[in-house]
Design a protein around this ligand. Sequence first.
Ligand SMILES: [Zn+2]
Length: 117
Amino acid sequence: MTPEQIAQARQRLLQMRQELLDEAAHAYAESQSLGKDGVPDIGDMSSNSYNQEVLINLSNAQRRAANDIDAALERIAAGVYGICARCEEEIAPRRMEVRPFSRYCVDCKTDVEKYGE
Ligand SMILES: [Zn+2]
């Protein structure tokens, strides 16, 4: 992938992550009766502990997605984004566009699903 494609993918991943956090924060606000207006007072919480707290409200599927996104962001940081974690071939850019958090090329994904990692 070109640096531009990777930069774009990074933006999308960050956006997807933010959307998940927003959903979780919304669920968190609804599950709590904090503050008189029903909005939790997060002013004195570090964003880290707040994130951890709201992430508890994610469904399993959402949490898995958040993990996938974080792992993809780590691969970008490590410079191995878009490289199959199994055969180390470049993953088709089209596939990365559809699923920017893909870890495997299509062939390996099929194998992993059949035989495990
Ligand atoms: Zn592969």
